[in-house]
Design a protein. Structure first.
Length: 181
């Protein structure tokens, strides 16, 4: 796994020894960042279920203003920090579950231009998570949620959000959502 483009281009990132962390593949990240294009420059990014941190580090490499990494696993948070250290990048890494973090963020009124959600496949709380992002006003007015899931699963869209892009890539599906104006 490597950083595809930007200031950290070509840096190889540490990968997990266990198989329970499923990094976003280079191919999927290439699609996502091609789609996001100039939206990533100076964006504030939230990487929920960060795993290795590959999405957020790619965003930093492409000049995102900031990235916040969140994962409930100590192993994953340590891996994110190890990868940040490797590319010499600075970012906040929180060891919390996504729900607790989003409830905390509401209290400090932080908003993000891009929220990347890559929970374990077969995650049962998709709609609750998306509803919480909406209810807690985590997105900027033009903000996007990038949701990575199993290609066979539908992402239930809560009232107040719309799907603007969906793409299957092998066993993975990418769903891009935004607030419904």
């Amino acid at each position: 796994m490597r950083v595809i483009s930007g200031q950290y281009k070509g840096h190889k990132l540490f990968t997990p020894k266990d198989q329970w962390i499923r990094p976003t593949t280079d191919r999927t990240r290439e699609f996502l960042f091609s789609y996001l294009n100039d939206k990533i420059n100076q964006a504030n990014v939230l990487d929920l279920f960060a795993g290795t941190g590959s999405f957020g580090i790619e965003a930093l490499s492409r000049l995102a203003a900031s990235v916040v990494f969140v994962d409930q696993s100590k192993v994953a948070c340590d891996l994110v920090q190890k990868n940040l250290d490797k590319v010499r990048a600075q970012a906040k890494v929180y060891r919390k579950n996504a729900k607790a973090f989003l409830l905390q963020e509401h209290a400090i009124q932080q908003q993000y231009d891009i929220v990347f959600c890559d929970p374990p496949y077969r995650f049962e709380h998709k709609q609750k998570l998306l509803q919480l992002i909406l209810d807690q006003n985590v997105l900027t007015p033009e903000g996007l949620v990038i949701y990575e899931s199993d290609a066979k699963e539908d992402v239930p869209v809560p009232d107040g959000m719309i799907v603007i892009k969906e793409k299957k890539m092998g066993i993975t599906k990418i769903t891009v959502l935004k607030k419904d104006d």
